[in-house]
Write a protein that binds this ligand. Structure first.
Ligand code: AMP
Ligand code: ZN
Length: 111
């Protein structure tokens, strides 16, 4: 089982800020910005190349929920969403997740 599946199943502790039947949002253990969350669907699939119609609908629900949480996450002044894929994208956890970065002005270069 991958590390994010273990976090979803509470086998590994995490700093969870939100949970519903479809996803969790946790604080990244190694923050790259003042606010750095990970939006993690509970269903395991590695990245968007493994996206099914069902999982695409699931992600739509996740993004719609996230859109309602901007203020409570302290992201009212803006944020950046990132999802890394594969070696060139420097993905380290092969379970799709969306980085949510904000809480300060980010670099105008994306990497
Ligand atoms: P990526 O490199 O895009 O696959 O992102 C994986 C992210 O997961 C990194 O930003 C890590 O800091 C983060 N991470 C790894 N393990 C944990 C954990 N146990 N709790 C919270 N974040 C984690
Ligand atoms: Zn997983």
């Amino acid at each position: 089982m991958c590390i994010f599946c273990k976090i979803v199943n509470n086998e590994i502790p995490s700093d969870k800020v939100y949970e519903d039947e479809k996803m969790i949002i946790i604080k990244d253990i190694n923050p790259q910005a003042k606010k750095h969350y990970l939006m993690i669907p509970k269903a395991h699939f590695a990245d968007i190349t493994e996206m099914s119609k069902e999982n695409a609908l699931l992600m739509a629900d996740c993004f719609m929920k996230l859109a309602t949480m901007v203020d409570e996450l302290g992201l009212e002044d803006g944020f950046r969403l990132v999802s890394n894929k594969g070696v060139n994208g420097c993905q380290t956890v092969p379970h799709l997740h969306i980085h949510i970065l904000g809480g300060e002005k980010l670099d105008d270069k994306m990497c």
